[in-house]
Design a protein around this ligand. Structure first.
Ligand code: ADP
Ligand code: MG
Length: 591
């Protein structure tokens, strides 16, 4: 690749009609990926483009794609696959805008969740370019409402996202059904082996183009982490959000259960928050995202699936409530901030045992994350006071203060011993609405310890000790944990053993083999887990819902005499004291 990149679109060898269209759009200089991809694609080559969002990929494939099409021919000649419906619409719009000087050229978005028939009719009327999600494209292929005989150009946009969303098979199928004489352009933010495999299988000697992230994106996102024990995550998150400078924040969680749990906890603490997960209906999701965009909402708790492609400029802070399992997910998550050239921060919560996962992310992204500490209660109060004082001048300007001034004067006259500064401080505390920072609590002690201690995973020598002091497996298994566990759902909730196994193997990270006998009683159930549970799994499980109720899993100390337990619910309700209750760690703690 020559180092002197074309300085203008006219150096790229595009048809005049396309050049005019991009001049109309106000594009003057091709971006790095455009400068490299456009000539190669015009030349008939397949390409693999590794580039982050915002690098101008749509024009990089959209322009050569249009150059390859015969607008006189009514048949579908190009297919673009995107992971989501939003992207399909967005990309179709962009390509249509590049085609303004190509009369008769129609770009049609097709995606699931919207009626089939209008799409089918539009296809019959003759669209040359189809932009769609893999699932819906397959549907059309199977109904023969979409025919690919004349397709000569295929694009996989955000290929890594498509695979992560489970579209691997669909993508394979679509590529296999396209004519052999065709060009393929594959774009992806990251290059995991699964993507390489797609390229090796379906692309013909592709030219690989990698563009560095635009410097505006990397440098504008500050990447930090904080060591936070699992049970303090919600408390820590509330404080982080309370002192944030950003207009809006997005909090990423791994499961929809966690989205609900964390989202509700924030709302309860008076934070302007909402949560979305994959099973929130499309229409509702769009409404929530709109509220975030307009400022009616400040914090969105979301799963990776739900936040895909989300593009909201106000988001100045991304919090990874969990460390993502794959570095690629991390890259996608932090791409939600620092948009449109703004500053952003990405903060990841890691539990003490997860620090090695962080190292892996650092290696992959080649960025060292900076450790920060969670704001203290005093920091939160100070922030609130500052925010309030920041509004004082404006309020004073607005006037209509006489009544207050008089009331204060009367009060001070009646209380000669009260110092006006003390009175102001008291009123500020009331207005801010907290009880004042006070002393540090347990959470602060634990946060300090977690922050300062080297991780057990890094040292590898800190196995937990059992009751008798013997060494246990060097994991976070509960020391001396009994084999029997108790969960707070039972017959009353219509719970079946399968649902419990599902929760334990899903949220709890166990395998089917780890779960032994299950006894279901009226309002609770007992489960044998001979290998024990990690502290983390236990915390996760205590919040997991089965049949709509939180499991609140805890060790079962059982009735003192064996056998009585089979009495079932009556036994439980009549002798509740026989089940030692350990406090479960719900989201709590003051902000
Ligand atoms: P990506 O798909 O890589 O995330 P897009 O193709 O969506 O990026 O482009 C991001 C934004 O940049 C769009 O608003 C697009 O109109 C604009 N853009 C793309 N190429 C150029 C260019 N050469 N000059 C100016 N703006 C551009
Ligand atoms: Mg794109």
């Amino acid at each position: 690749m020559s180092s002197a990149l074309p300085a203008s679109f006219s150096d790229l060898g595009m048809p005049a009609a396309l050049e005019r269209a991009i001049t109309d759009l106000g594009f003057t200089t091709p971006s790095a990926i455009q400068a490299q991809a456009v000539p190669a694609l015009l030349d008939g080559r397949d390409i693999v483009g590794v580039a982050q969002t915002g690098t101008g990929k749509t024009a990089a494939f959209g322009l050569p794609l249009l150059a390859a099409i015969d607008p006189q021919l009514g048949a579908v000649q190009a297919v673009v696959l995107t992971p989501t419906r939003e992207l399909a619409m967005q990309v179709a719009d962009a390509i249509q805008s590049f085609a303004t000087h190509l009369p008769g050229l129609t770009v049609l978005p097709v995606y699931g969740g919207s009626p089939f028939l209008p799409q089918q009719r539009a296809l019959q009327r003759g669209a040359q370019v189809v932009v769609g999600t893999p699932g819906r494209v397959i549907d059309h292929l199977e109904r023969r409402t979409l025919v690919m005989d004349q397709v000569r150009f295929l694009v996989l946009d955000e290929a890594d996202e498509m695979l992560r969303m489970g579209f691997a098979e669909d993508v394979d199928k679509i590529l296999s059904r396209a004519p052999q004489q065709r060009q393929v352009a594959l774009f992806s933010a990251t290059m995991p082996t699964a993507i390489r495999r797609v390229a090796e299988t379906h692309l013909n000697n592709p030219l690989e183009i990698t563009v560095a992230r635009q410097s505006s994106t990397v440098t504008s996102v500050r990447q930090t982490y904080a060591v936070v024990p699992f049970r303090h995550k919600v408390g820590a998150l509330s404080r982080v959000l309370a002192v944030r400078k950003a207009d809006a924040a997005i909090v990423f969680v791994r499961t929809r259960g966690a989205a609900e749990e964390v989202g509700s906890a924030l709302i309860e603490k008076g934070i302007s928050a909402a949560y979305i997960s994959g099973d929130v209906a499309q229409g509702d999701r769009e409404k929530i995202v709109d509220r975030l965009r307009t400022g009616a909402l400040d914090v969105l708790v979301a799963t990776d699936v739900a936040a895909r492609g989300l593009d909201v400029d106000r988001i100045g802070l991304v919090v990874n409530f969990d460390v993502p399992r794959e570095p690629e997910t991390y890259v996608h998550r932090i791409g939600r901030t620092g948009r449109a050239g703004r500053e952003g921060e990405a903060l990841s919560f890691v539990t003490p045992s997860e620090q090695s996962r962080l190292r892996q992310i650092e290696r992959t992204t080649r960025v060292n994350l900076e450790q920060i500490s969670i704001p203290s209660p005093a920091d939160v109060s100070a922030h609130r006071v500052q925010a309030m004082l920041g509004r004082a001048a404006e309020r004073a300007e607005a006037g209509r203060l006489d009544l207050y001034r008089e009331s204060i004067a009367v009060y001070l006259a009646q209380h000669a011993d009260v110092d006006p500064i003390d009175l102001l401080a008291t009123l500020t505390a009331l207005a801010v609405g907290d009880e004042g920072p006070g002393v540090k609590d347990d959470m602060d002690d634990e946060l300090d310890r977690a922050r300062l201690a080297p991780s057990s995973a890094d040292r590898g020598d800190r196995g937990e000790r059992g009751e008798r002091g013997e060494r246990r497996r060097p994991s976070t298994h509960i020391a001396g944990g009994p084999a029997r566990w108790r969960v707070a759902v039972g017959h009353r909730d219509g719970v079946q053993p399968g649902a419990l196994v599902g929760a334990l193997t899903g949220e709890g990270g166990l395998t089917g083999k780890d779960v032994g006998k299950i006894d279901i009683f009226g309002s609770f159930s007992l489960v044998d887990i001979p290998g024990g549970l990690t502290a983390e799994a236990m915390d996760r499980l205590s919040r997991t819902r089965v049949a709509g109720r939180p499991l609140r899993i805890r060790m079962d100390s059982g009735p003192r005499t064996d056998g009585a337990r089979t009495d079932g619910p009556r036994h439980e309700s009549s002798r509740p004291g026989h089940y030692a209750s350990r406090p479960t760690h719900g989201p709590r703690g003051r902000v």
